[in-house]
Design a protein around this ligand. Structure first.
Ligand code: UD1
Length: 352
């Protein structure tokens, strides 16, 4: 049976993508997850992380799991030796923006060295199909909105984390130029939020969340006292930052569609595609939507702007519609309702 190798498949976007793949009735791959568990939880005595066990339980399907770090060439070689890998979906990375400022070398190691090691092993095993987990952060400070894929990348990126995503894209362009066998779809995510509607898998950040939606969810559930609204003087609808929030299940479906693109043989080389809704919402709009969906009050206090933040960004999603026949289907209300279902059923995440 052909295999789909998913690096970082125990993480937030990775686990939802594994779920979306296995929910396809005619899915013809075995799923092989490689994860070093740096941001995923496995209970003592278990062989697999909780997120994957829950997916197996919901789908009745088996996931192959290897605790391997993508910098471990030998470990990766063994996994590629055991399975007939046809395509790799590469999520494994560090993603905390603030931490990347403190630890730039760790971010280069994990995100760039790890990615290059994975590519070497892919090449050695003649696997050339890749879906890469990129970010709208590669566009840096927007020159125009909405952001389409022709917008320049690499200028004015505000964090080492963001630069690792940009550098990896440049490396992938060079790879594609070096050998036409490579086919790489780089999915540039806007702001993934929400959870699977089952409430069984969701985002489980380590420590205090950096990102807006998990922070709000933890205020609503009583784990944190109040949200600090970073900047209320931006030139936006109500002064707070505007982002293109996208439901993680829509995002996961984008990966399912990207995998189908390899079968259709309609592209070659490096293909960047935005995954966003095309609509931006402010921090206050998200807070209001979350309060409505949860029935809880979310205390919010004004705070100074956070270093490196943009006023606003949102996607031009036309390329995804054209190339993948994909469009985000879920509303901000759905994102909040599903985030709340996950948070209220699992107040302590997977450890609960
Ligand atoms: C951030 C990263 C981005 C990364 C993404 C996913 C930056 C500049 N960008 O996106 O590269 O891909 O996370 O990890 O850090 N906000 C508050 N209070 C909070 C948290 C957030 O007001 O406690 C506001 C922010 O100022 C922003 C919005 O909420 O306006 C969204 O923030 P966040 O969820 O952290 O995402 P980004 O900053 O857009």
């Amino acid at each position: 049976m052909p295999a789909l190798l998913v690096t970082g498949g125990a993480g937030y976007v990775g686990s939802h993508t594994v779920m979306a793949m296995l929910e396809q009735p005619d899915f013809e791959y075995e799923i092989v997850v490689v994860d070093n568990l740096s941001n995923a939880y496995r209970a003592e005595g278990d062989k697999k992380p909780v997120a994957l066990l829950r997916i197996e339980e919901m789908t009745g399907k088996t996931i192959q799991f290897y605790e391997v770090d993508i910098r471990d060439k030998q470990g990766l070689n063994e996994v590629f030796g055991k399975h007939d890998v046809h395509c790799v979906v590469h999520f494994a990375a560090l993603k905390a923006v603030g931490e990347s400022v403190e630890k730039p070398l760790e971010y280069c190691q994990a995100n760039i060295t790890g990615t290059c090691t994975l590519f070497e092993v892919m090449r050695d095993h003649r696997v050339y199909n890749l879906i890469y987990s990129s970010s709208c952060t590669v566009y840096g400070e927007p020159e125009r909105l909405p952001l389409d894929e022709e917008h320049p990348t690499g200028r004015g990126i505000s964090s080492p984390y963001g630069r690792t995503k940009y550098f990896c894209e440049e490396i992938m362009k060079d790879l594609c130029a070096s050998d036409p066998k490579w086919k790489i779809i780089s999915l540039r995510y806007f702001n993934p939020v929400g959870a699977h509607p089952s409430g069984r898998i969701g985002e489980d950040p380590n420590g205090i969340p950096n990102n807006l939606m998990p922070f709000i969810a933890q205020v609503a559930v009583g784990r944190l006292p109040e949200l600090k609204v970073f900047g209320t003087d931006y030139p936006t609808i109500d002064g707070t930052g505007v982002r293109d929030y996208i439901h993680v299940v829509d995002l996961a479906d984008g990966h399912v569609k990207a995998l189908q693109l390899f079968h259709r043989n309609e592209f070659s080389g490096f293909c960047p595609i935005n995954l966003g809704t095309g609509t931006g919402y402010s921090v206050y709009q998200v807070v209001a939507a979350f309060e409505a969906a949860s029935g809880r009050r979310v205390a919010a206090a004004r705070a100074p702007r956070r270093a490196g933040d943009l006023a606003a960004n949102w996607a031009a999603p036309a390329a995804a519609a054209r190339l993948l026949a994909w469009r985000a289907a879920r509303s901000l209300r759905d994102m909040c309702a599903d985030a709340w279902r996950w948070q209220s059923a699992n107040p302590d995440g997977y450890r609960g």
